[in-house]
Design a protein around this ligand. Sequence first.
Ligand code: ADP
Ligand code: MG
Length: 330
Amino acid sequence: MITVTDLKKVYYQGKREIRALDGVTLSVPANSVHGIVGQSGAGKSTLVRCLAMLDRPTSGTVEINGADLTAVHAAELRAARRRLGLVFQHANLFDARTILGNVAYPLELARVPRTEREAKAVELLGLVGLADAGPAYPAQLSGGQRQRVGIARALATDPDVLLCDEPTSALDPRTTDEILDLIASLKARVGLAVLVITHEMHVVKRICDSVTLLEDGLVVESGRLGEVVGRFGGRLSEALLALPAPDPASGRSVEVLDSVPPNDVAVVTRAERHFAVELPVVAGVVESLDGTTFRRQRVAVPDRLDVSELVGFLRAGGAGARPSDPEAVR
Ligand SMILES: Nc1ncnc2c1ncn2[C@@H]1O[C@H](COP(=O)(O)OP(=O)(O)O)[C@@H](O)[C@H]1O
Ligand SMILES: [Mg+2]
């Protein structure tokens, strides 16, 4: 479990103060994957550096299983860092070392005896699906395979936290999904909390149990995936269930977010029956997330139906609803 409390990092550019992290609080329980998303400049890399203790936070604490990393003295920093495994966009392997030698490297730093560290590296290469790659060199591997090696290396010291910074940004879509599924599978390891920094909603949807939206160094939204997606109109909900922008020429429409079980009658269908109209779906997305099926739709509203009446009916039925163009309500 990793717990970040009121973490602040201030940089100075001349006299200008840049609050890269302005009081970030979040926690990631063991055996779960937490996503951190945010636009460029939001503070994601600063958060990674502060968590990995590559940079000292200005204030606040970072605790791994209750032990405060920010209180660790410089001399103990290396040992403390072993509790946290790091995976970056590129694996940055040592070209002159074998794959086995790369995975065993953190254990070499930790002065683990050769036979022990090689046995561990063999085990981890098996875990990431590269059981036979040990004697090979990085240049002989594909980008996806090198990333697997990077993940195995990050796990070498049996960390409590796996911190992945844009782990799939450099990979093609198919390899991305293979690596994401590998990362998701790791949360089953005893006591491991996985933190994934990403700008891709696909990553969040595929592997995250919970997610935090960071902006200007602040937490804008945070929660379990189902919770944030179900927050109609919320930034993460809109991003995770993205619809194309409404076409102004297409007339009046209403946006609906519904999470009824797949076998129940959808609220839009109930509205069609209630008002005896057809509500054609002009855009829609269905996603099963966090055990719930979410349906976000934009439906065209026929002229003879009052938009606010429809919105009222949909809301009364438990859905999120609003006119696509608030000006159009009449
Ligand atoms: N070493 C630094 N010195 C000054 N400002 C920095 C430094 N590192 C980051 N910043 C600033 O802090 C803010 C957050 O940056 P960063 O953490 O890199 O965001 P992200 O990774 O989300 O794009 C930005 O305004 C950035 O310019
Ligand atoms: Mg960054």
